[in-house]
Write a protein that binds this ligand. Structure first.
Ligand code: HEC
Ligand code: HEC
Ligand code: HEC
Ligand code: HEC
Ligand code: HEC
Length: 353
C-alpha cells in the first residue's frame, strides 16, 4: 500500500510491541522512540541526529543486520565485534574503538566492557517495561464470574484473570554479564532442574574469552507452568474454543498443557507445576547523553554495578587484606624512618655552627 524508506514507526510497528504490548518484551524499544528527545536517545533524537533504525541496522538484500540469536535473521551468524563484522551495526562501526579523547582511560575499557554498558545507565526511561509475569496466579474471577483486571501506580495492568500477576518498572538498571554475542535457549525437550529458577537464555562467553565483553541486559522473571513429572518446560494451549483445552476459555492448566503438548508433538506426564524462570535480553538502545554515561565509581566501588560479576580483579571493588596490610605497614615504616632520619639530623646538627 505504500512504498518508501522505513521509519522508526514502521520498524516499531512490530518491534515496539513484541511480547503482546508496548514495551513488554524490550525495555529499550518502545513507542517513545517514535519521537524521542536527546535525553531519551542521542541518535534517534527527533530534533537532533534523527537516526532511523536503518541508519544503524543496515540491510543486505532485505536481510537486516543484527545478531544475538544462534538462529539469526541473517544467513551467516555474525558477531558485532569489529574484528569479525565489517557491517555498520556495532557502535564501533561509526565511533571506532577509541572514541574518548577527554578521558583516555575509558578507551582501555572498550575491549572488555561493551559501549552500551556505560552508555545505557538505565532503560525504559519513558514507558514502563514488563519485569515480572506470574502465570500461577491466573484464573481468579470476580464473584459474578467476570474477569479481574487491576492496574498499578504506573497505570499498567498488574493483574489479569487471563495472565496472572504482572510487574512493571521504569528507569530500570540493567543486569550485567560477560557475553560474546551467542545465546542459546532451553528447549521444550530439555530436562530442567526444578529445584531453582530456570535460566531460559544461556549466555555464552566469560572473562577468559577475548571476544566477550561485559554487556547490559534486561531481566524478565516470572513463573510459568511446566511438566513436573518429566521436568520439562511445556507449550500450553491458550487460544481456542471452549472445551478445547484453551486456557483462556477453560481456565484449566491440566487440559491446556495436555492439548498444547499434544499439538506440538511433545510428551506430557500429566502432572503440572509452576516453575520460576529468568529470561535475559540485551539492551542496545536509549543511549543517554554523554554527561550521563557511567562514572568510574559506578563500577570501581564496593557496591558498584559490577559487584555480582566475580572472578576477576577490579581496582576499587576488590581488595586483598594482605596487600592492604603490606601497604599500610610500609606507610607506617616510612613514617618511622622519616622520623628517625629527622631526629638523627636534628641531634647531629646541634654540635655544628
Ligand atoms: C512485520 C514485523 C516486523 C517488522 C515490520 C520489522 N521486523 Fe525486525 N524482526 C521481526 C521478527 C519476528 C524478528 C525475529 C526473527 C529472527 O530473528 O529471525 C525480527 C528480527 C530483527 C532483528 C534481530 C535480527 C538478529 O539476527 O538478531 C533486528 C535487528 C530487526 N529485526 C530490525 C528491524 C528493523 C530495523 C526494521 C525496520 C526496517 C524491522 N526489523 C522491521 C519482525 C519485524
Ligand atoms: C545507534 C544505532 C542504532 C539505532 C538507531 C537502532 N539500533 Fe537496534 N541495535 C543497535 C545495536 C548496536 C544492537 C545490538 C546488536 C548488535 O550489536 O548487532 C541493536 C539491536 C537491535 C535488536 C535486537 C535486540 C535483541 O533483543 O536481540 C532489534 C530488534 C533492534 N535493534 C531493533 C531496532 C529498531 C526497531 C530500531 C528503530 C526504532 C533500532 N533498532 C535502532 C543499534 C541501533
Ligand atoms: C551510524 C553511525 C553511528 C552508530 C552505529 C552509533 N553512533 Fe553514536 N553517534 C553518531 C553520530 C553521528 C553522533 C554525533 C556526533 C558525535 O558526537 O560524534 C553520535 C554521538 C554519540 C554520543 C554522544 C552523544 C551526546 O551526548 O551528544 C554517544 C555517547 C554515542 N554516540 C554512543 C554510541 C553508542 C554507545 C553506540 C552503539 C549502541 C553508537 N553511538 C552507535 C553515530 C553513530
Ligand atoms: C567504562 C565506561 C565507558 C565505556 C566502556 C565506553 N564509554 Fe563512551 N563515554 C564514557 C563516558 C564517562 C563519557 C563522557 C566523558 C568523556 O567523554 O570523557 C563517554 C563519552 C563518549 C562519547 C562522546 C565523546 C565526546 O568527546 O564527545 C562517545 C561518542 C562515546 N563515549 C562512544 C563510546 C563507544 C562507541 C564505546 C564503545 C566502543 C564507548 N563509548 C565505551 C564511558 C564509556
Ligand atoms: C562499566 C563499569 C566500569 C566503569 C564505568 C569504569 N570501569 Fe575501569 N574497569 C572495569 C572493568 C570490568 C575492569 C577490569 C577489566 C578486566 O580486567 O577484565 C576495569 C579496569 C580498570 C583499571 C585496571 C586496568 C587498566 O586498564 O589499567 C583501571 C585503572 C580502571 N579500570 C580505571 C577506570 C577509570 C579511571 C574509570 C572512569 C574514567 C573507569 N575505570 C570506569 C569497569 C569499569
Amino acid at each position: 500500500m505504500h512504498v518508501g524508506a522505513s521509519s522508526r514507526a514502521t520498524c516499531g510497528a512490530c518491534h515496539f510491541k513484541g511480547g503482546g504490548g508496548d514495551g513488554v518484551k524490550h525495555g529499550d524499544l518502545d513507542s517513545s522512540l517514535i519521537k524521542p528527545d536527546h535525553g531519551l536517545d542521542v541518535h534517534m533524537d527527533a530534533k537532533g541526529l534523527n537516526f532511523s533504525c536503518t541508519k544503524c541496522h543496515t540491510s543486505n538484500g532485505h536481510q537486516i543486520e543484527g545478531r544475538f540469536y544462534s538462529m539469526p535473521a541473517t544467513k551467516n551468524h555474525k558477531l558485532a565485534m569489529p574484528m569479525d563484522n565489517p557491517s555498520r551495526i556495532a557502535c564501533e562501526s561509526c565511533h571506532g574503538l577509541h572514541p574518548h579523547n577527554n578521558t583516555p582511560k575509558l578507551n582501555d575499557h572498550t575491549a572488555r566492557v561493551a559501549c552500551e554498558t556505560c552508555h545505557v545507565p538505565v532503560f525504559a526511561k519513558k514507558k514502563p517495561t514488563l519485569v515480572w509475569w506470574d502465570w500461577s496466579t491466573a484464573g481468579k474471577f470476580k464473584e459474578d464470574h467476570k474477569f479481574i483486571v487491576k492496574k498499578d501506580k504506573l497505570g499498567k495492568v498488574s493483574y489479569h484473570t487471563k495472565k496472572g500477576d504482572l510487574g512493571w518498572a521504569k528507569n530500570v538498571v540493567p543486569e550485567y554479564n560477560w557475553f560474546n554475542g551467542v545465546v542459546t535457549h532451553v528447549l521444550a525437550k530439555d530436562t530442567i532442574d526444578d529445584s531453582r529458577p530456570v535460566r531460559m537464555t544461556i549466555l555464552h562467553g566469560d572473562r577468559n574469552d577475548p571476544k566477550s565483553r561485559i554487556t547490559p541486559f534486561k531481566m524478565l522473571r516470572g513463573k510459568q507452568v511446566y511438566d513436573a513429572g518429566n521436568k520439562t518446560l511445556v507449550v500450553p494451549k491458550l487460544f481456542g474454543p471452549k472445551g478445547s483445552g484453551a486456557y483462556w476459555k477453560d481456565f484449566d492448566w491440566q487440559k491446556s498443557v495436555a492439548a498444547g503438548q499434544e499439538a506440538a508433538g511433545y510428551q506430557f506426564s500429566g502432572k503440572v507445576g509452576f516453575i520460576e524462570t529468568e529470561y535475559l535480553r540485551p539492551v542496545a538502545h536509549m543511549i543517554a547523553p554523554k554527561e550521563e554515561a557511567l562514572s568510574c565509581a559506578s563500577c570501581h566501588s564496593r557496591d558498584g554495578r559490577l559487584k555480582k560479576l566475580a572472578g576477576f580483579y577490579m581496582p576499587g571493588r576488590d581488595r586483598s587484606i594482605n596487600i592492604d596490610r603490606i601497604g599500610w605497614l610500609s606507610c607506617l615504616a616510612l613514617l618511622v624512618l622519616v622520623g628517625l632520619h629527622g631526629a638523627v639530623r636534628f641531634i647531629t646538627s646541634k654540635g655544628r655552627k
